[in-house]
Design a protein around this ligand. Structure first.
Ligand code: SAH
Length: 213
């Protein structure tokens, strides 16, 4: 679990790369600059950790591309103390970004292997989400709702109704919607039944799957 000057230097370059691609939020850039992404990947992939690319993790899943993580996080407009729900804990990298921003983080993962691994790993790095849950993200987390923000980190074939229902008024849902290619979609809750919808370009994610295993 080493974080060296070399890693820090590579990370600074990564921050410059994603800033050049259009990420403006200083707090998000700072979070990416602080988090040792190489530790979230298997050691065989160390050399790739600071390229702006997605990479395989356990259970046939991926750690999202840093630009994508930054883009989704920027859309959430996280303020310190906000209650944020993530669907798809995976490696825990996105959860770490949310912790760096001072959010109270809840995150759901449907793969037991990843759930167990990441539950142990994040606290070792000093990141303490409020709750990591082994379960089905399609249902959200009704017992902890409402949330200031919800971020889905897998490609959703449709927008699960419970996620919209679990937003505060003023809250934001960031969700990639589609089958082979996903459209990054932002919903802002304007009232009990009123949502504003924005579509923000094409992305590719691993699929959001039904039923945990
Ligand atoms: N946020 C992660 C990205 C992981 S990829 C990171 O930063 O590394 C997407 C993750 O969503 C995978 O780990 C996958 O197992 C999980 N997933 C897929 N369908 C899900 C569901 N219905 N509920 C919760 N998690 C799900």
């Amino acid at each position: 679990m080493k974080d060296t000057f070399k890693h820090k230097g590579l990370r600074q370059k990564l921050v410059e790369t994603i800033a050049a691609k259009g990420i403006k939020d200083e707090a998000v850039l700072k979070a990416i600059g602080n988090i040792p992404r190489h530790l979230f990947m298997d050691s065989g992939f160390l050399d790739h950790a600071y390229q702006d690319k997605a990479f395989p993790i356990a259970a046939d899943q991926t750690i999202s591309q840093p630009y994508t993580v930054a883009f989704q996080t920027e859309l959430l407009q996280v303020k310190r103390g906000d209650k944020i729900l993530e669907i798809g804990t995976g490696s825990g990298y996105q959860a770490a970004v949310l912790c760096e921003l001072g959010a109270k983080v809840y995150s759901i993962e449907r793969q037991q292997e990843l759930f167990k691994k990441t539950s142990k790993f994040l606290p070792r790095l000093g990141y303490r989400p409020k709750k990591l849950i082994f379960g089905d993200g399609y249902k959200g987390l009704p017992e902890e709702a409402p949330f200031d923000g919800i971020v889905v980190t897998a490609g959703a074939p449709f927008v699960p109704k419970p996620l919209l229902a679990q937003l505060k008024v003023g809250g934001r849902l960031v969700i990639p919607v589609g089958d082979d290619v996903q459209v990054m979609t932002l919903y802002i809750r304007k009232g009990a039944k009123e949502f504003e919808k924005h579509e923000l370009g094409d992305f590719r994610f691993v699929p959001l799957l039904e039923d945990k295993n």
